[in-house]
Design a protein around this ligand. Structure first.
Ligand SMILES: [Fe+2]
Ligand SMILES: [Fe+2]
Length: 167
């Protein structure tokens, strides 16, 4: 493992840094839409879709495939298992909302690229942003303390579960 990979292999570091980076980006997006009152200038939706795909989806996959199974092994208590189930449901709902939104959006833009209902689109983007920020806040409040208290063992399990991390 190289020096650059080391901090990112630590689940607490990776989750917190992903949350900070994604939250700042989403808050900026929301603020800039508020500033523009969603009138005239629309956000760059292609960039938005690619951002969701690269960052939000990848982050959810990392949590579900690497971090959650490790936590379940270390802390199989009912409350922890229920929290992880809730977070998985949240991921599925958010990804389905995001996919539904971009599907509707591409149909709308194909039909009427110039005057597609900007206000309605902005409202939907705003709802998605709030939904994802709520999810990140729930994890910061309830998941991060669990990760912190089992950090040492969790780091070992996560490294074992991450292909290519051990070299
Ligand atoms: Fe999550
Ligand atoms: Fe997360």
């Amino acid at each position: 493992m190289t020096v650059e990979q080391a901090p990112y292999a630590d689940p607490i570091y990776r989750i917190l840094s992903d949350h900070t980076q994604v939250s700042e980006w989403l808050e900026n997006l929301r603020d800039s839409m508020d500033l523009l009152h969603c009138g005239g200038t629309r956000p760059d939706y292609l960039a938005l879709e690619s951002y969701f795909r690269r960052n939000v989806r990848e982050h959810f996959l990392y949590e579900e495939n690497v971090v959650f199974p490790a936590i379940e092994t270390l802390e199989p208590e009912v409350a922890v298992v229920e929290l992880l189930q809730r977070l998985r449901r949240d991921h599925a709902e958010i990804l389905s909302d995001v996919a539904g939104f971009f599907g509707r959006l591409s149909r709308l833009l194909l039909r009427d690229p110039q005057t597609a209902e900007t206000h309605q689109i902005c409202e939907e983007v705003r709802r998605l942003v709030e939904r994802i920020l709520d999810h990140a806040r729930l994890e910061d409040r309830e998941l991060i303390p669990i990760i912190k208290r089992s950090r040492v063992h969790l780091k070992d399990l996560v490294e074992d579960a991450s292909p290519g991390q051990g070299d």
